[in-house]
Design a protein around this ligand. Structure first.
Ligand code: NI
Length: 174
């Protein structure tokens, strides 16, 4: 089990584009495991490799509910092939942007081509939370964050607040 620190804004690495993975070798499998361990430990439902400082196109997701069995999914080099005109809105958070939730409208259904953890090319059509989560994580691979949907002023306020909290890691609110 290997839990990595999750990188938060304004770290510039979060703005970089991740590179495609050529081979699903043991290193990639180990990375997928680290991502899942880190995601579960952080109580997230999705995590992209860039969020632990690795600029590779791989992400993990688990949208199962608390009462359900865990359902870890791993997507390598995911590409959105199609999406619906119909939209859905979720209030989204991000492990790289602590304590911030933003309502975001995205295509409700998307079709994504990806390579699975066994190196097989797959296709998935997803809807609901999985669709939104996958689109959010694919955005990470291209350096895009949910705060990009806000005005620059709002974005700056959020980043400033998070930077301040980083300098005071032991501050408590009672
Ligand atoms: Ni995120």
């Amino acid at each position: 089990m290997s839990i990595k620190p999750v990188i938060t804004v304004p770290d510039e690495i979060l703005r970089k584009k991740s590179a495609s993975i050529e081979n699903v070798d043991d290193n990639v499998k180990k990375l997928a495991k680290d991502l899942l361990d880190t995601m579960y430990k952080s109580n997230g439902i999705g995590l992209a490799a860039v969020q632990i400082g690795i600029l590779k196109r791989i992400l993990v997701i688990d949208v199962s509910t608390k009462d359900e069995k865990k359902n870890p999914l791993c997507f390598i080099n995911p590409k959105i092939k199609n999406f619906s005109d119909e939209k859905s809105v979720y209030e989204e958070g991000c492990l790289s942007i602590p304590d911030t939730f933003i309502e975001i409208e995205r295509p409700k259904i998307c079709e994504v081509e990806y390579i699975d953890i066994n190196g097989k090319l797959k296709n998935i059509e997803c809807d609901g939370l999985l669709s939104t989560c996958l689109q959010h994580e694919i955005n990470h691979l291209d350096g895009k964050l949910i705060i990009d949907n806000l005005t620059k002023l709002k974005r700056d306020i959020i980043i400033k607040k998070i930077s301040k909290n980083k300098k005071n890691p032991n501050r408590v609110i009672v």
